[in-house]
Design a binder for this molecule. Structure first.
Ligand code: NDP
Length: 256
């Protein structure tokens, strides 16, 4: 088997119906993995899975809301029944609510935590028995630059993404002897619906200038920019790599 070969592997990508998730799903599929796209929006799920199938890959979708632990269990069982196994979980689904810290409601706070932190944990718990059956597995959690830096309009999001790094380390330590590697990718500024909505919410703010000025690469990232790190962390090339958080950020986190 080649180091980065994912043939015979089955990957679940939450939030795989667009943006970074679809970029990662496409990269994993190109490396040979069968893909299960997970999201709430059935039409988006259908389109994304259809796009992968049309490109010649083995893919399907399972519609599920990751804030519901039972739905996560059922989703994993559906994937395992269809493909026969589960080897890789990409915990990519995430969201934000942009307000000043003093203006968030308790419900806003809880919503961001439910999706970004609890949903990630529910999916990790749900794949554990399948990983045991497969003799091991790979979990890739998607953090953010806000896992390591602060930002305005992002108090719950930053807290949730900081938690992703700690959850990654905790699971990495606890599940290492089960041959499960748990790592995080910390994307920089990537051009997706999430960041497009931020630009639309604050039309008077020079978002473009701020992102390009702060990113040494001088450009927005594309969803496919995340695929290489994901293939590495999903493959046997990373079998002794666990508990790390790898920035894929055009140099954002290296900039003083
Ligand atoms: P998008 O808004 O384009 O995608 C978010 C995805 O998450 C969608 O597929 C959405 O599908 C899914 N999702 C949201 N809530 C749920 C839920 N409750 N259950 C299941 N799926 C859900 O965002 P990005 O692609 O930009 O972001 C992907 C990840 O990358 C997120 O975790 C984000 O925080 C992180 N990130 C993004 C950065 C960027 O610059 N874009 C930078 C750093 C991190 P559906 O609506 O169908 O449920």
């Amino acid at each position: 088997m080649q180091l980065f070969d994912l043939r015979g592997r089955v990957a679940i990508v939450t939030g795989g119906n667009g943006g970074i998730g679809l970029g990662i799903a496409t990269g994993l599929a190109q490396a040979g993995a069968a893909i299960a796209i997970v999201g709430r929006d059935v039409a988006k799920n259908q389109t994304a899975a259809g796009q992968l199938v049309a490109a010649g890959f083995n893919a399907r979708f399972v519609s599920a809301d990751i804030t519901n632990p039972g739905a996560c269990q059922a989703m994993v069982q559906t994937v395992a029944a269809h493909f026969g196994r589960v080897d890789i979980l990409v915990n990519n689904a995430g969201m934000t609510i942009r307000k000043l810290a003093q203006d968030y409601t308790p419900q806003d706070w809880q919503r961001v935590m439910d999706v970004n932190v609890s949903g990630t944990f529910h999916c990790a718990q749900a794949v554990f028995p399948e990983f045991q059956k497969a003799g091991g597995g790979k979990i890739i959690n998607i953090g953010s630059m806000m896992s390591i830096f602060g930002a305005t309009y992002a108090a719950p999001y930053s807290a949730s993404k900081g938690a992703i790094v700690q959850l990654t380390q905790a699971l990495a330590v606890e599940w290492a002897t089960h041959r499960i590697q748990v790592n995080a990718i910390l994307p920089g500024w990537i051009d997706t619906e999430l960041t497009q909505s931020g630009r639309a919410e604050f039309p008077d703010y020079d978002y473009e200038g701020a992102v390009l000025g702060r990113t040494p690469a001088g450009r927005w990232g594309e969803p496919t920019d995340l695929a290489g790190a994901a293939v590495f962390l999903a493959s046997q090339a990373s079998d002794f790599v666990t508990g790390t958080a790898i920035p894929v950020d055009g140099g954002y986190s290296a900039q003083g």
